[in-house]
Design a protein around this ligand. Structure first.
Ligand code: AMP
Ligand code: MG
Length: 470
């Protein structure tokens, strides 16, 4: 029985200016590595054999009802505008409306070249595919908006990077793949009708109550503010916050050289290509605002009275730092047991972060210990902690159930970078045990008792740099 899905492809019904229709490039010998059963059920995807799943989710066979296409977009990469990017190694199969009533994109990533591949081969290797699979599913379980992983397949073909590596395809599920860069390309080209149509489409899909382009901008800024606060509260560093990797839906998208930090430091950078630390942990709020300014600039091109609109758009973007701050305060307050933190609580949170930074305390484990055991053990200078702790205990004595609040806000496990790398190295050798184990813990991050995966890396185990690996 082959794979069927209840396709309803609204993007493919838009004019051809938005995309290029083409099928994934068939692969030689597909095999299934992972399939996300619960997600497949939400999407209304039929049960099917492993062989049939491998064929469809590697791009070897196009399912009935799909209208495969590569999407066009532009983007600022590390601050520099690239007037044309587009899906260079991804194909949108189509959309389904899930059993939850939500519309989802189904996209294959690593499915062969497209007209937008530029110098690339359109392929992905197993490492980045499994990294995105694990980290995106972890992000979902951690309660932060994200694209999700439906399937990972091996293509049976080699991919040439620094070495020869096993080719793989990720099937990604998203609220949509509309990016800031999708708007930028039509604004940049002066294709105002296309820009208007895209804006109307985005409003229907993501902000049905929004009043026009500026209403959309307001909704996207709010969603991005929540998203960034979510990342900050987990010690997550996206690594490539280019405008083409910034989703209108407010989901985390395009997991490349991303990582969660171990010991806390605001300047933490993992990505090997981020030489200047543009996308360092503590820069993420600023960059999100910058990205929204680019969205505003693009949206404004379609306004009848740009002068008046500029002022309102500026206000919307300028309101964002305070929105991020409020969302951050809410999440960080909960992590120290304060159900509804107010700005008066900010110094207490910042004092703890400073202590963690000075003493290289582990981000995840410190908050886990506050919530569930004794955080004192996380610090070398116990006196400094005790001082903070007495103030803290004083503050949370006013809270009704601080422990439950903390436990719901602080995970026990995140996919630590050295574990992700270890998992990839094993998978390349055909051993998926570390993958299964990491998935089991990271999809139950608040309940797991896998103490080995909670442990920070030893000095020898630290993996300080990540690579796009595309
Ligand atoms: P990223 O920042 O990784 O999301 O990718 C930036 C751009 O490069 C996008 O247009 C991608 O489609 C394209 N790209 C990345 N890797 C490849 C590849 N192996 N082949 C073709 N295009 C690629
Ligand atoms: Mg991208």
């Amino acid at each position: 029985m082959t794979v069927t899905a209840p396709f309803d492809n609204s993007y493919a019904r838009l004019p051809a200016v938005f995309y290029t229709r083409l099928n994934p490039t068939p692969v030689r010998n597909p095999s299934l590595v992972a399939y996300n059963e619960p997600l497949g059920k939400i999407l209304g995807i039929s049960p099917a054999s492993e062989t049939d799943r491998a064929a469809v989710f590697s791009g070897a066979k196009v399912p009935d009802g799909a209208t495969p296409l590569a999407q066009l977009y532009a983007g600022h990469q590390f601050g520099n505008f690239n007037p044309q990017l587009g899906d260079g190694r991804a194909i949108l199969l189509g959309e389904v409306v899930g059993t939850d009533g939500n519309r989802y994109d189904l996209q294959l990533k690593g499915s062969g070249p497209t007209p937008y591949s530029r110098m690339g081969d359109g392929r992905a290797w197993l490492g980045p595919v499994l990294r995105e699979y694990v980290v995106s599913e972890a992000m979902h379980a951690l309660g932060v908006p994200t694209t999700r992983a439906l399937a990972a397949t091996l293509t049976g073909e080699d991919v040439l990077r620094e070495t020869v590596l096993p080719g793989a395809v990720l099937t990604r599920v998203a609220a949509s793949h509309l990016r800031v860069g999708t708007f930028q390309i039509f604004a940049h080209r002066g294709q105002i009708e296309a820009l208007k149509e895209l804006t109307a489409y985005a409003i229907t899909r993501h902000a049905p109550n929004a009043d026009g382009p500026l209403g959309l901008l307001r909704a996207v800024c709010a969603a991005q503010a929540e998203l960034i606060a979510g990342w900050m509260s987990l010690g997550f560093i996206h690594g490539v916050m280019n405008t083409d990797n910034s989703a209108i839906s407010g989901e985390t998208i395009d997991y490349g050289p991303c990582a969660f930090m171990d010991d806390y430091h605001p300047d933490t950078v993992f990505s090997s290509i981020d030489q200047t630390g543009r996308y360092a942990y503590s820069n993420q709020p600023r960059i999100a605002v910058w990205n929204m300014a680019q969205l505003a600039t693009s949206l404004l091109q379609q306004m009848d009275d740009p002068e008046a609109a500029v002022e309102e758009a500026t206000q919307i973007v300028h309101a964002m730092p305070a929105q991020i701050e409020a969302a951050w305060l809410d999440r960080m307050g909960k992590k120290i047991g304060i159900a509804k933190a107010t700005p008066e609580d900010t110094p207490l949170i910042e004092a703890l972060l400073k202590l963690m930074q000075d003493q290289q305390a582990d981000f995840t484990n410190t908050f886990d210990a506050l919530a569930r055991s004794d955080a004192r053990d996380q610090f070398l200078d116990r006196d400094a902690f005790d001082q903070w702790s007495s103030e803290w205990r004083n503050r949370i004595s006013q809270e009704s159930d601080p422990n439950s609040v903390m436990q719901a806000a602080s995970p026990r496990v995140i996919p630590r970078n050295h574990r992700v790398e270890e998992m990839i190295a094993a998978a390349v050798q055909g051993d998926y045990t570390p993958f299964e184990r990491l998935m089991a813990a990271c999809t139950d991050p608040f309940g797991t008792d896998d103490t080995d995966l909670m442990r920070p890396p030893t000095k020898d185990e630290i993996v300080p740099a990540t690579f796009c690996g595309t």
